[in-house]
Write a protein that binds this ligand. Structure first.
Ligand SMILES: *[C@@H]1O[C@H](CO)[C@@H](O)[C@H](O)[C@H]1NC(C)=O
Ligand SMILES: *[C@@H]1O[C@H](CO)[C@@H](O)[C@H](O)[C@H]1NC(C)=O
Ligand SMILES: *[C@@H]1O[C@H](CO)[C@@H](O)[C@H](O)[C@H]1NC(C)=O
Ligand SMILES: *[C@@H]1O[C@H](CO)[C@@H](O)[C@H](O)[C@H]1NC(C)=O
Length: 497
């Protein structure tokens, strides 16, 4: 979910989110000295609304190369979601910086000793990966009443083990007072998380590894890919980290190359296969506003300092996203649907139910959430705002892609539901065509081939790079096309897409 540009949100709403994310934390000091320490929470004062919360006991794991990090590990109550697979959850703690990242791991339903391992990330910035778990591709889905879960036969853990990670801090069940407001720093924490995870679970460290996510994860994922491959190059000299078997990156309806993608908001709103959702004069206005936006993004790409990048997001979002919010009456995540007012519910009733569900004390306790998480929100607009203030939104994370494809031989799949406006398929396909990489010419000449009657796919000659357009799906492809999503996901990670 790419949250709405918060520059235009009323201060009142903004402030209510600030207050919701002020969290207190006291860390059990003993954990830093003993590598295997059962956290007791003995001396801590939980917040009053968590009075009945009974925290799970955690096992802490440390790593010699990451002395300021620990993993606190527990086993969730598996009846909550997919009782038949092994699960772990807990926190990556960055002790010195007071950063605590929640994760939830599910083994593959098929063959966990052989099937690949996938890290899943939702976007925002500021949205919880639990929204992806419970509303898109996880082993269970929130039921229609919001009071329990149902088995998901199309879960992506059918043939892969999956880690859902809440990052950066203060997203979902993550918490802390440390400061993270750009995708590069977020990627460093993710790398530390992976190393500690593999330190504790060497039995998963040789598996094929993939990073998948959507929306603003189009920023996170290229940065994570670079952090992992950089770490891998250093492992030969620095023996205490393990090489990570990174095979591919998957980005769904992502924001990866704003310079190109902002050129296609007008096309998506005014000339998509689903019909125009804005009137011709608004379309013309968007067309006329684009050159200035483009210049601003170019300035940010050339010199990515906050001043230039913030100016670009402010000008571009006002000129090209606001008309849609103000005038179309449509849902920016699916232009086939109506959405009168875009507020923090993001036009999705199920999100509200999920937020209530994940705030239930019994649920928090069952999944191993910390008692320091006072209030779970699906999308933390304060985090979103901080990312915008640092200029992260418009930065050229696309520049990581050529090296990952060419030098590191990491495969990349870009997929997009074609009814999404906010990170639309037209702009996503366009950036893949603009990309400067070794197989550019062959890529540009490659054919779009019909895929399974619900999409079309373009592949580079060696299959390293692929673009999949998914028909009749919005921003959250696995939610709209569950069976076909599982099919392309399995095809991509096991061969056969
Ligand atoms: C996926 O899992 C199913 C059920 O366990 C199995 O029959 C199938 O062969 C697996 N597919 C792949 C590609 O591993
Ligand atoms: C991996 O290791 C964990 C604990 O160390 C164990 O519970 C789990 O069953 C193992 N899984 C596989 C597939 O080996
Ligand atoms: C959920 O709510 C529905 C409708 O109110 C009810 O029939 C059902 O029993 C509830 N389920 C649980 C697990 O509470
Ligand atoms: C509308 O989209 C079609 C198909 O992509 C394209 O050929 C045409 O040039 C577009 N029209 C305008 C006015 O942009």
């Amino acid at each position: 979910m790419l949250a709405r540009n918060t520059f235009s949100l009323p201060t009142k709403l903004f402030l209510s989110y600030v207050l919701a994310t002020v969290l207190t934390f006291q860390y059990c000091q003993a954990a830093t000295t003993s590598p295997f320490h059962i956290e007791t929470h003995g001396n801590s004062q939980p917040s009053s609304n968590n009075a009945e919360f009974s925290p799970k006991s955690f096992l802490s794991v440390s790593h010699p190369s990451f002395p300021s990090y620990l993993i606190r590990l527990t086993e969730p109550d598996i009846e909550l979601c997919d009782p038949n697979v092994k699960q772990f959850s807990g926190y990556l703690d960055s002790v010195d910086n007071d950063k605590h990242f929640f994760f939830w791991f599910f083994e593959s339903r098929n063959n966990p000793a052989k099937d690949p391992l996938v890290l899943w990330l939702n976007g925002g910035p500021g949205c919880s990966s639990l929204t992806g778990l419970f509303l898109e591709l996880g082993p269970c889905q929130l039921n229609d009443y919001g009071n329990g879960t149902i088995h998901n036969p199309y879960s992506w853990n059918n043939n892969a083990s999956i880690i859902f990670l809440d990052q950066p801090i203060n997203v979902g069940y993550s918490y802390g007072s440390g400061d993270i407001s750009d995708s590069e720093s977020a990627a460093q924490d993710v790398y530390a998380f992976l190393q500690l995870f593999f330190e504790r679970f060497p039995n998963y460290s040789d598996l094929d590894f993939h990073v998948a996510g959507e929306s603003y994860a189009g920023h996170y994922i290229p940065a994570i890919g670079t952090e992992v491959t950089k770490g891998n190059r250093a492992t030969s000299t620095e023996s205490s980290t393990v090489p990570i078997n990174l095979k591919s990156l998957m980005i769904g309806n992502g924001l990866t190359d704003p310079y190109v993608q902002y050129g296609y908001y007008k096309d998506m709103a005014c000339n998509s296969t689903y019909g125009a959702v804005l009137d011709p004069s608004t379309c013309n206005k968007m067309e006329r506003a684009y050159p200035e936006c483009q210049q601003r993004i170019e300035a940010c790409y050339e010199d990515p300092v906050p001043k230039k990048c913030v100016a670009a997001s402010s000008i571009c979002n006002n000129a090209l996203l606001e008309p849609f919010y103000e005038l179309s009456g449509k849902n920016p995540y699916d232009i086939r649907k109506e959405c009168a007012v875009i507020d923090e519910s993001l036009c999705d009733d199920k999100l509200g139910l999920l937020q209530d569900y994940l705030n239930r004390i019994d649920v928090k306790s069952a999944v191993g959430s910390s008692r320091y998480v006072n209030s779970y929100v699906n999308c933390n607009l304060q985090v979103n705002y901080m990312f915008q203030l640092t200029g992260d939104w418009m930065r050229p994370y696309v520049n990581h892609i050529p090296r990952l494809l060419d030098e590191d031989k990491v495969k990349i799949l870009i997929y997009a539901g074609d009814a999404d406006f906010i990170c639309n398929w037209i702009g996503n396909k366009a950036w893949t065509l603009e990309l400067e990489w070794s197989d550019r010419d062959a890529w540009r000449q490659a054919e779009d081939v019909e895929w399974n009657e619900v999409g079309e796919v373009r592949k580079s000659p060696d299959g390293r790079f692929a673009f999949l357009r998914v028909f009749n799906a919005g921003h959250m492809v696995p939610q709209d096309q569950p069976a076909h999503s599982l099919k392309f996901f399995n095809g991509w990670i096991h061969g056969g897409l």
